[in-house]
Design a protein around this ligand. Structure first.
Ligand SMILES: Cc1cc2nc3c(=O)[nH]c(=O)nc-3n(C[C@H](O)[C@H](O)[C@H](O)COP(=O)(O)OP(=O)(O)OC[C@H]3O[C@@H](n4cnc5c(N)ncnc54)[C@H](O)[C@@H]3O)c2cc1C
Length: 392
């Protein structure tokens, strides 16, 4: 870790607390019913996205000179967590400002920054992110999407899967290999591909999720791109990719924590008042203690998430990578356990549409699987934190 910047504090500033309150107020003005209605209809939550963009929340991490808030992933994670806690999570924040915005801000040319960042910052433009491939899965070193040169242009071919929000994105930032680095350890090359580019096709994947965003298979068939579709250097290595992937992990943690807090609120409200014998069910320790454990686990994961975000924002990139993995793991586990307990606390009502908890069962599972699965994080910690031999 470099000694250049101070280590993160665990005490939240007044400014961050005010940001939490303001974002929560905005999300509550739409309410969970708005979000669920849209999600069940498979419609995007454009109204909320637009208001959050206008208020500066979607681009709070992006440079001020391009219309952003000049903050970092710390602030962006606060926004996403509070939206989720109020019942209105914006999944595409994980992708558009956090991955794509960060990578373009850090590695894009002046022209690329000018073209994309103002729209990503105020939410008027959205960018999806495509790394996952059907035959590579968790092993990114097996990616086969390839870019080959044709004069000054690039021709991009390959297949991606589970790409969120393609239908409402202006473009997708794809992770590919160049032809020169076609095999072996991944040397990622990143390309911005506008959705209307010829040869770019996408098809929705039917998912058992109640979310406003859909996932897509993407087919890239000799998609012709100008030279400046490439973001950063073609052989910059993994650092350039992880500039986006570490924020993605922190944001996924924030997403999970928002959902966990939402579920815990619903469950504790219910347990306080629901009476089937002589006392509210919350007076029974079999109901109260598991909820108390969830509250503790959520709080621990929130601390880890804020630490990971601050390490990233302060430029401690290696420590941020480890912390972001741990935060994503802790938040996803806390969220899965909390939602499970919340559903149980409500009995039959845990599965009604009125209370909205059952939909969170699958939503929180997403955080355990994506963007990197629980097992791959355990592999990382075994190997890098504990120095154990690699098993795969
Ligand atoms: C709702 C949703 C949205 C998504 N959005 C995006 C997106 O916008 N962009 C994008 O690029 N991707 C996206 N993804 C894809 C996601 O990142 C992948 O699903 C994830 O990386 C896991 O890959 P996989 O599904 O191929 O699982 P696999 O890699 O096939 O893994 C299957 C299982 O095997 C386990 N496993 C694999 N290897 C090992 C090992 N070495 N040791 C132990 N266990 C192992 C895994 O932990 C997992 O449990 C999304 C996925 C979902 C579900």
């Amino acid at each position: 870790m470099s000694a250049s910047a101070p280590l993160p504090s665990t005490v939240e500033s007044e400014e961050h607390q005010a940001l939490r309150r303001a974002v929560g107020d905005l999300a509550r003005s739409f309410g969970p019913e708005y979000f669920r209605r849209k999600a069940r209809a498979g419609e995007p939550v454009d109204e909320l996205w637009a208001e959050a963009g206008k208020a500066g929340y979607l681009g709070v991490n992006l440079p001020a000179e391009y219309g952003g808030g000049g903050g970092g992933i710390t602030e962006l994670a606060i926004v996403l967590e509070e939206l989720g806690a109020a019942g209105a999570p914006l999944l595409m924040m994980i992708v558009s400002p956090a991955i794509c915005g960060t990578v373009i801000a850090r590695y894009g040319t002046a022209e690329q920054r000018e073209r994309w960042l103002p729209g990503l910052a105020d939410g008027t433009r959205r960018m999806a992110f495509g790394i996952t491939e059907p035959d590579a899965g968790s092993n990114s070193h097996r990616l086969t999407t390839t870019a080959r040169r044709d004069g000054t242009d690039w021709l991009l071919s390959g297949r991606k899967v589970f790409i969120s929000g393609v239908d409402h994105a202006d473009a997708v930032l794809f992770v590919a290999r160049t032809e020169d680095a076609r095999t072996g350890r991944l040397k990622p090359a990143l390309f911005v591909v506008p959705r209307d580019t010829p040869g770019f096709e996408y098809r929705p994947i039917p998912m058992e999720l109640v979310t406003a965003e859909r996932q897509f298979q993407v087919f890239l068939d000799d998609v012709r791109l100008p030279a400046d579709a490439l973001v950063g250097a073609e052989d910059a290595g993994l650092d350039q990719l992880f500039a986006g992937l570490n924020p993605e992990r922190v944001m996924t943690a924030a997403f999970a924590l928002g959902l966990a807090r939402q579920a815990l609120d619903v469950a504790t409200d219910y347990a306080r008042t629901r009476t089937v014998w002589d006392t509210p069910i919350g007076a029974h320790q079999a109901i109260a203690h598991p909820l108390a454990q969830c509250a503790i686990e959520i709080e621990l994961a929130r601390l880890m998430t804020s630490r990971a975000a601050q390490l990233y924002d302060l430029g401690h990139h290696q420590a941020a990578g480890e912390a972001a993995n741990m935060a994503k793991y802790a938040a996803a586990e806390a969220a899965c356990r909390t939602v499970d307990q919340a559903v149980h606390t409500l009995g039959g009502n845990g599965l009604t549409q009125e209370y909205g908890l059952a939909a969170l069962l699958t939503a929180t599972r997403v955080a355990r699987i994506a963007p990197v699965s629980r097992e791959m994080i355990l592999n990382y910690v075994s190997q890098h934190t504990l120095g154990l031999p690699r098993s795969y």
